[in-house]
Design a protein around this ligand. Structure first.
Ligand code: SF4
Length: 438
């Protein structure tokens, strides 16, 4: 179920909406559709990207709901990296992929920077025997501060990374410790100097509003420290409690009380961050990301392409992709994933054919997170009038002063930005409302 933020209390459930239709509707029966999509030469004019999943972390954060592995030996990591390269080689040979270039690449996780320089350079050498991303407009790499070193950053730069995203989350050691983060503030500052020395086209800092133990005073200090570091962009998520996190299990299974900030307080903290960043030369790029105004080159192409319907091929255990109108996810158990690839099978686990109506809704709700919609885009791409066809939910947003509509332009107000994910299910098809999201 998508979390009802009007209740204010942070309950177990999903707030963040990353895709549509909900993952809980993806199924094994639809697997032949993704197999067929891979085997059919693509006529798509959409850009294509590649997501590479590195599922290892030093420690499991207590709020984490991703498929990650900790305490893994170097040999097992090398086996995984080899499997990943093998999977990409299989993908590259598929008719749907041949002759197309990757416009954007994303190393996500888990913790991609958990890989050693040797593992990383070895992986990329192997990948380069089947694919290239020399012409990619953006290559993003997620980092955990405590896994970085100067030589590793050099290796990350050498493989063509243009956008480095640093998972700071908070600057206070007690908050980091309480939430199970592997790093401390000292490692953030140490890594930051190395990152500056190495030099990347774009550097993003990730923060989370509402980590357990957060206070207004500490949050304000976090934002000031972030501004002092002066990254190209700052991404801020509000802490949620999806199923399968340690915190959610403490609440639901063990019946323990956890002092989680209510949604109204998290919005207040996010609002403060917006104000401070806007006053210090940043502008809003989406409900989560503020970017520096000055350079005008600060983009996030992975996000923008995905939210405009691009194809995204994925590789790695439990990773998510989209090809020729079909959503898909890889097998989500490490051994089973590796066994499938060893047998030269694409490790597909579940899929969903996205209808034109669902594709329109998907792009509309995802682009709404940018804070703006252009009805003309949907008119020319889908032949639909979104403000007429979705009159009720749009009118509701305007009457609640969460958005404005002026001609073809829809814009979120500040209040709309702060709670945007909670506004999106109203645009879902009826059968997708009120169901579990993941
Ligand atoms: S570092 Fe990221 S992926 Fe790893 S456990 Fe923490 S939240 Fe999850």
């Amino acid at each position: 179920m998508v979390t009802d933020v009007s209740k204010d209390k942070t309950e177990v459930g999903n707030y963040f909406i990353s895709n549509y239709p909900p993952f809980s509707f993806w199924n094994r029966e639809s697997l032949p559709s993704i197999t067929e999509a891979f085997e059919t030469p693509s006529t798509s004019v959409e850009p294509m990207g590649l997501y590479l999943h590195i599922p290892f972390c030093r420690k499991r954060c207590k709020f984490c709901y991703f498929r990650v592995y900790t305490d893994v030996q170097a040999k097992a990591i090398q086996d995984y990296v080899d499997t990943l390269a093998h999977e990409v080689a299989m993908i590259a040979e598929k008719p749907a992929v041949q002759g197309r270039e990757f416009r954007f690449v994303y190393f996500g996780g888990g913790t991609p920077s958990f890989l050693s320089e040797r593992q990383l350079l070895g992986l990329v050498d192997k990948l380069r025997t089947s694919i290239r991303w020399d012409n990619a407009d953006e290559v993003t790499f997620e980092c955990e501060p405590g896994t970085l070193s100067q030589p590793k950053l050099e290796a990350i730069k050498e493989i063509g990374v243009t956008r480095l995203s640093l998972g700071v989350e908070n600057f206070d050691d007690a908050v980091l410790e309480e939430n199970g983060r592997a790093h401390k503030s000292k490692e953030i500052f140490r890594a930051w100097d190395w990152i500056q020395e190495t030099g990347f086209k774009q550097i993003n800092i990730d923060l989370i509003a509402g980590m357990i133990g957060e206070t207004t005073e500490n949050w304000e200090a976090c934002i000031k420290r972030t501004i002092d570091l002066s990254p190209d962009s700052v991404t801020i998520y509000q802490l949620e409690l999806p199923y399968n996190t340690r915190y959610s299990k403490s609440l639901t299974v063990l019946g323990q009380e956890i002092d989680v900030a209510p949604w109204s307080l998290k919005r207040q903290w996010l609002n403060y961050a917006y104000d401070e960043l806007l006053a210090n030369g940043y502008e809003i790029s989406s409900a989560y990301t503020l970017r520096k105004k000055s350079t005008n080159q600060v983009k996030f192409l992975y996000r923008d392409n995905l939210w405009h319907g691009s194809d995204l091929l994925c590789a790695g255990v439990a990773s998510f992709g989209h090809l020729s109108g079909v959503h898909y996810q890889n097998i989500d158990g490490l051994e089973e994933y590796q066994a499938a690839v060893a047998e030269n099978r694409l490790p597909l686990n579940r899929a969903l054919v996205v209808s034109p109506e669902e594709s329109l809704i998907r792009q509309m709700i995802l682009q709404m997170k940018l804070g703006r919609l252009d009805a003309g885009y949907f008119r020319s791409k889908f032949g639909r009038e979104i403000f007429t066809d979705f009159r009720q939910p749009f009118e509701d947003l305007v009457s609640r002063e969460l958005a404005r509509i002026d001609g073809d332009k829809f814009t979120l107000t500040r209040e709309g930005f702060l709670r945007v994910d909670s506004l999106l299910p109203a645009f879902f098809k009826p059968e997708h409302q009120g169901n579990r999201y993941t």
